[in-house]
Design a binder for this molecule. Sequence first.
Ligand code: UD1
Length: 417
Amino acid sequence: MAKLIIEGGRALKGQITVRGAKNAALPILAGTMLIPEPVRITNCPRLTDVENMVGLLKTLGCRTKWDGDALLIDASSARTAELPEGLAGSIRSSVFLLGPLLGRFGAAEAPYPGGCDIGNRPVDLHLKGLRAMGVRVDETSGRIRCLGRPKGTEIALEYPSVGATENLLMAACGAEGDTILVNPAREPEIDDLMAFLNGAGFELKREGSSRIRIRGGRRGRATAHSLLPDRIEAGTYLVAAAITGGHLVLRGGRKEHLSALLTALKEAGCRIRAEGTDLDIEGPERPRELRRLVTLPYPGFPTDMQSQVFALCTVARGTSVLEENVFEDRFRHGAELRRMGADCDLRGRAAVIRGVRSLHGAQVTARDLRGGAALALAGLRAEGITVVEEAERIDRGYMDFAATLRSVGAAIRREDE
Ligand code: UD1
């Protein structure tokens, strides 16, 4: 168990370098199973979610090694397609391994996946797609058992699920024949996965924004790939500047992946300048409200930034309305923020947040990864001391979170029990 202890009221100032994206790392690490040769992933963040995925690859027989920020994976020695309970049950991305395992071995078995507690997270779209590829999927034993080499076909996703798109792309790489995925997710992390797989000798191509064509029957070969920058990590630190009235320069991000957030931050009164891969942000003394912010699949406003922006709205001049359309139970940080003096109503998928002049420090609990980060951001603004309990949840997605914030002037420390 870990806690963050924050003394609020300091405007952040300085530079932060954005690290590689967690949500690109996880599917790409799963994708290494398709390649029976050594792979080198650079700019790889050392997060608990990443370490857990590395643990899963090891249980499948892969050899892995860290070399600074590079992760070396050799899946040539992988022999089994069965994921054990425990680790695989605790991280949601274990489900990404089904596609690559099927592509490589024509079989895969995994427990139902875990992950953040942000509502019901079914995997029906993943399994429906695999079934459409001729894979036999059995869910009767409390585990997911898949059998049969996937066959190329046309699959139309009812909803552009990020994980289902990634899983099916990888199954399609090892399939017999070509696959066309209709209505795939458009998140930048999907393109990073495609770039990685193309680099390894597979052939995947977007046809407009609503189709991806994947050539089957190719063999993966040794490759090196540098992960794209983490737009959610970058976004979180942008909000840290915004909420403290600070001035930060984010280095190495990609502003084109942050458009919806940058629009919202400008509406809140931030001054933002982009120069090359640097983003310079100055927060206002007190943010303006966001009239109506709606989370949507990319390029819409990301659900993974909703909690952080929620924290920002708690101290806005007026009333903000946030609508969560991607996950069904993603406002648990709202109740925690109330303990710090926030004035908000949570009604199903909508949150109405009436800005208050100031928050006060309190003892709060990180219920999920991004919600936990949001509480820390609120703590940076609040008067007095905030303690964020169960802060290990934040480690799933941010490397050295407290140390990074401290490096730009925050009074924050971590205690491990
Ligand atoms: C990924 C990201 C996560 C982000 C989310 C949405 C990773 C490791 N995680 O999660 O950080 O918040 O995209 O941008 O990349 N759904 C179904 N059936 C399915 C699959 C999904 O109903 O088979 C629903 C989910 O319950 C959810 C919505 O679709 O309500 C979006 O889920 P999805 O896009 O699949 O997100 P993840 O891949 O889980």
